[in-house]
Ligand binder design. Structure first.
Ligand SMILES: [Zn+2]
Length: 123
């Protein structure tokens, strides 16, 4: 990977790779190689996108509301949270199929729903 301005290969430095060209003002060239080819960012984006698609496919548009009191908002909250977790798991390759993912969402959502119900009953 070369500096686009100076066509010099980036060197490893204390704070990541840099272009070892001194500028007129005495500082180093400010060009940096792109971060890890954007891999991490891409992954995060993928998780967020999958999570939203999941939530939408389940008819969920609301944000997670942990203070939810009524039955409907508790189930919405449970499903939204579950879909976010499963989406994160999909991004790392488990579950492998959409069928498995949907089962996992339902199972996780049921668990959250029970938890929320329990929290509500304690109040
Ligand atoms: Zn440079």
């Amino acid at each position: 990977m070369n500096c686009p301005t100076h066509k010099k290969e980036f060197r490893d430095g204390k704070f990541g790779q840099f272009c070892a060209t001194k500028l007129e003002d005495g500082g180093w060239c400010k060009e940096k190689p792109p971060k890890d080819d954007g891999y991490v960012g891409e992954k995060e984006h993928q998780v967020a996108q999958t999570s939203n698609e999941f939530a939408e496919s389940l008819g969920i548009k609301k944000e997670v509301d942990w203070e939810a009191k009524d039955r409907q908002s508790m189930s919405q909250t449970s499903l939204k949270s579950a879909s976010e977790i499963v989406a994160a798991l999909i991004a790392i390759g488990d579950p492998k199929s959409i069928e498995d993912a949907e089962k996992m969402v339902k199972k996780t959502a049921n668990f959250f729903y029970k938890e929320l119900k329990g929290m509500k009953e304690q109040e």
